[in-house]
Design a protein around this ligand. Structure first.
Ligand code: TPP
Ligand code: SF4
Ligand code: MG
Length: 347
């Protein structure tokens, strides 16, 4: 787990690392799978933000999507958990070592079906963690059955019609208290990179649902998670400009046409409104927008909701700043006197 020195003359980031330090193993996913494009965007965002890959923990569950941490950030620490159980592993890992940056990749089945109980508790805790759902509306790894994010009335390749309503993971995350909720499309390079960079600057749970077509099992007519459907029904809420704290760039915009949000690390997020006045800090408006776009058969993309100053789980638990894993025994074990006092109080 180390980075290698870039060759002379190579383009490097603010840490002096070239993009190779952010790549992973060669993908074994199908050519054209949306998940591969998301891995590329993760590589771009971490490289451009100058995050030290050795200080990153990448986690996942089970599925084609959950294989993808192998395809980015080779020098990072990785843990592939049991199906749907990544949130509890992530919670333990982040609490044990809060000096690391945690990113998890899950699937719509891993999150919305077997892992839904774990997902809801992760969202309500506001753990500092980036949680990506690579959403293809099916169980790709087990040959394309409907997942809980498949839309009512959408069809499988075989013609079977889905007769259950979809779970909207973004609505759920906002309702439960996640402080950064976004939706994007694997084919939208610019938007997805900006969303990921903003997530890297946020302190709290970032839930990013990325529509990521499965070319093998769910890219046909009748699917609402195909490339064609996503391109036609993507409703961007606005143009995202992300200015990292280490770049001093001024951008001009007409007053009243944009919302500027200052992130935890001092980076700035400028959201230029396209349609009506969308305020990403307004939870009620976010829920209403998701509800209305879904009713029209469309999906709103961009940063749907952000609460930059909300206490994260570490603050809620009143943890010390040092990583718990590095504390000496005498600081984590109660003294004999303290234990005697507890025993005395129970008599
Ligand atoms: C406990 C358990 N139950 C079921 C499975 C079978 N299984 C493996 S992956 C998967 C679903 C994957 O779907 P998703 O999370 O959407 O990922 P995708 O492959 O679509 O990226 C299932 C049901 C399993 N591995 N473990
Ligand atoms: S089966 Fe679908 S989800 Fe899995 S790698 Fe292939 S295209 Fe991607
Ligand atoms: Mg899936």
């Amino acid at each position: 787990m180390s980075t290698t020195a870039p060759p002379p003359g190579a383009k490097t980031n603010r840490l002096g690392l070239d993009v190779k330090s952010y790549r992973g193993s060669k993908t074994t996913l199908c050519a054209g799978c949306g998940h591969n494009a998301i891995s590329e965007r993760i590589i771009d965002a971490f490289y451009e933000m100058g995050i030290d890959p050795v200080r990153v923990m990448k986690l996942s569950g089970i599925g084609c999507s959950s294989k993808s941490p192998a395809y980015f950030l080779s020098p990072a620490h990785g843990f592939n958990s049991v199906h749907g159980r990544m949130p509890s592993v992530a919670t333990g890992a982040v609490l044990a070592n809060s000096s690391m940056l945690g990113i998890g990749v899950s699937g719509d089945g891993d999150t919305g079906a077997i892992g839904i109980g774990q997902f809801v508790h992760l969202m309500r805790r506001n753990l500092p963690f980036i949680y990506i759902v690579e959403d293809n509306g099916c169980y790709g790894l087990t040959k394309g059955q409907f997942s809980p994010t498949a839309d009512l009335g959408s069809t499988l390749k075989t013609g079977v019609v889905n007769d259950l309503p979809a779970i909207d993971l973004c609505q759920l995350a906002i309702q439960l208290g996640a402080s950064f909720v976004a939706r994007s499309f694997s084919g939208d390079k610019r938007q997805l990179t900006a969303v990921l960079k903003a997530a890297l600057s946020h302190r709290g749970t970032c839930m990013i649902d990325v529509i990521s077509p499965c070319v093998t099992f769910n890219d046909h007519q009748g699917s609402t998670k195909s490339y064609a459907y996503a391109k036609e029904h993507d409703e961007p809420l606005g143009e995202i400009s992300f200015i990292p704290f280490f770049e001093d760039i001024a951008i001009d915009y007409e007053p009243g046409t944009s919302t500027e949000v200052t992130m935890h690390d001092g980076s700035r997020l400028v959201l230029k409104k396209l349609a009506d006045d969308y305020d990403p800090t307004d939870r009620t408006q976010a829920m209403q927008t998701l509800h209305e776009t879904a009713r029209r058969g469309e999906f709103a993309t961009g940063i749907l909701y952000i609460e930059p100053d909300k206490d994260d789980f570490l603050a809620t638990l009143n943890l010390v700043d040092e990583p718990l894993a590095a504390l000496p025994l005498e600081r984590v074990r109660p003294s004999r006197a303290a234990l005697d006092e507890v025993m005395e109080s129970l008599r």
